[in-house]
Design a protein around this ligand. Structure first.
Ligand SMILES: [Zn+2]
Length: 64
């Protein structure tokens, strides 16, 4: 598991939820924005590339 989507219905400003990268088994505290223009998010710690489609999968499944 490398990406988690969490929705918080109590948070009006972020009603769409947030994405979090799971880095080497630990959830990074800073939420990620969905990558734009086919430029994946690259993690400097574990070296993974998270592409837009990964975020969409997490949005549907809750995690990928
Ligand atoms: Zn990482």
């Amino acid at each position: 598991m490398v990406l988690i989507y969490e929705s918080d219905p109590l948070d009006d400003e972020n009603a769409r939820g947030k994405f979090y990268h799971v880095c080497r088994g630990r959830i990074e505290p800073a939420p990620l924005a969905v990558p734009q223009d086919d430029r994946p998010y690259e993690c400097g710690q574990c070296g993974i590339d998270l592409e837009t489609e990964d975020f969409l999968m997490a949005l549907q499944k809750g995690s990928v």
